[in-house]
Design a protein around this ligand. Structure first.
Ligand SMILES: Cc1cc2nc3c(=O)[nH]c(=O)nc-3n(C[C@H](O)[C@H](O)[C@H](O)COP(=O)(O)O)c2cc1C
Length: 390
């Protein structure tokens, strides 16, 4: 592309039927473990999101927010199930709107990827809930060093309506908090993903067994959220080839599940599908410090030339996209929006850099920048340098 041409990433667009975005650059949801005020955002969070909105991010998806007492090992991840949580997030959404940005709430339930020793669960005598009692291999449990691994004490969900109600309550509060919409987290080895996979779902009721049954829970959650928000303000994040938290399944199952699920999502006329290609890695990561590349286990290999994009569907994509690749795919009308994750950590001026064709800064500080530990939540969060201002 000629250097004089404006990047297709900077073209405005409409998300869903009605949410105008000033460009096609989205900041992906990123847990940063800095909600140190009883799992509520702080002034540091307000500053972090406002800075990125001020620089011109088209859409910000806020960090994953637990819809109930479902904390993982991130002690300071946010929750949204009381008025006080909505009130705290209002400061973030107002600041982003003040800067001309848009911000979505990400609804998160950890499912089996947690541990009953998590203080939030213990304090509230709340169990680890999942579709079936199948422990995730591996894992870690930072607050209780020396006790690695995900829990084997899983309580099988009996009353799905209780979970639907928790989602409804949480996304209703998100509306009060001033978010512009909701992204449903349905990947990553968390609850919704647990229902989708035969590896984690061995139910014999109408939520397990056939592909239709395994997708039912996710689709009913989508419908519950759409009831509150309307379909055009709801997106969903999926990752068909995910391998996080012991979730890799053979390609045949990936094909069957998502060939059924994606058209059902498209039928619902959602604002967007955010498609991750995590788990499709074929070479080394461009982020050697904060890498997510894992080799797929034997039996879950992808066929040569597997293409994670579906050019029939308007969509947002994420996972290791570069500016050049995103521009090429936008120009070819294969995608509508691109989500950057890690680059938004180190580049508070990411949009300016794209506009001025300045390379992204990389992480030269080590792996601790994502989640701490830190004394001041601003550390490695609001202290990244800007490229020379225009
Ligand atoms: C520190 C960190 C925290 C993340 N937390 C979340 C999260 O809460 N919810 C989510 O859907 N994805 C989460 N992600 C994934 C990102 O949203 C994004 O999909 C991923 O980083 C791929 O984009 P990238 O290659 O541009 O970084 C996280 C990523 C990082 C690096």
């Amino acid at each position: 592309m000629s250097s004089r041409k404006i990047s297709p990433l900077l073209q405005p667009c409409t998300l869903g039927a009605s949410i105008p975005l000033r460009n096609r650059i989205c900041m992906g949801a990123m847990t940063r473990n800095r909600c140190i005020d009883n799992n509520k955002p702080t002034e540091a969070s307000v500053r972090h999101y406002a800075d990125r909105a001020r620089d011109g991010a088209g859409l910000i998806v806020a960090e994953g927010i637990f819809i109930y007492f479902h904390g993982t090992d991130y002690l300071h991840a946010p929750v949204m199930f009381k008025e006080e949580h909505a009130h705290a997030w209002q400061k973030v959404t107002h600041a982003v709107h003040h800067e001309g940005g848009k911000i979505f709430f990400q609804a998160w339930h950890a499912g089996r990827a947690q541990n009953e020793n998590m203080p939030m669960l213990q304090d509230n005598n709340y169990p680890v809930l999942a579709p079936s009692k199948i422990t995730a291999a591996g894992g870690k449990y930072r607050p209780h060093l020396g006790k690695p691994g995900h829990t084997s004490h899983i309580t099988e969900i009996i009353d799905v309506n209780e979970i639907f109600e928790q989602y409804r309550n949480s996304v209703s509060l998100a509306k009060k908090a001033g978010f512009d919409g909701v992204e449903i987290l349905a990947q990553g080895g968390y609850l919704l993903h647990n229902f989708l996979l035969s590896r984690t779902n061995q139910r014999t009721d109408k939520y397990g067994g056939s592909v239709e049954n395994c997708c039912r829970f996710v689709l009913e959650i989508v419908d519950a959220i759409v009831e509150v928000w309307g379909s055009t303000a709801v997106g969903i994040k999926i990752c068909p080839c995910d391998n996080m938290f012991d979730t890799a399944v053979p390609y045949e199952e990936v094909t069957e599940t998502y060939s059924y699920l994606v058209p059902k999502l498209v039928d619902r006329k959602l604002a967007y599908i955010n498609l991750s290609r995590r788990g499709c890695d074929t070479g080394p990561s461009q982020y050697p410090v904060d890498t997510f590349v894992n080799t797929r286990p034997a039996g879950t290999e992808l066929p040569p030339g597997y293409e994670p994009l579906d050019d029939q569907t308007s969509l947002m994509v994420n996972q290791e996209y570069t500016v050049a690749e995103a521009e090429r795919l936008l120009q070819a009308e294969k995608i509508d929006l691109v989500c950057f994750g890690r680059p938004f950590i180190y580049n508070p001026d990411l949009v300016t850099r794209i506009r001025r064709k300045i390379p992204f800064a990389t992480n030269d500080r080590g792996t601790q920048v994502s989640y701490g530990p830190y004394e001041d939540p601003n550390e490695n969060y609001n202290d990244w340098p800007y490229a020379a201002r225009e």
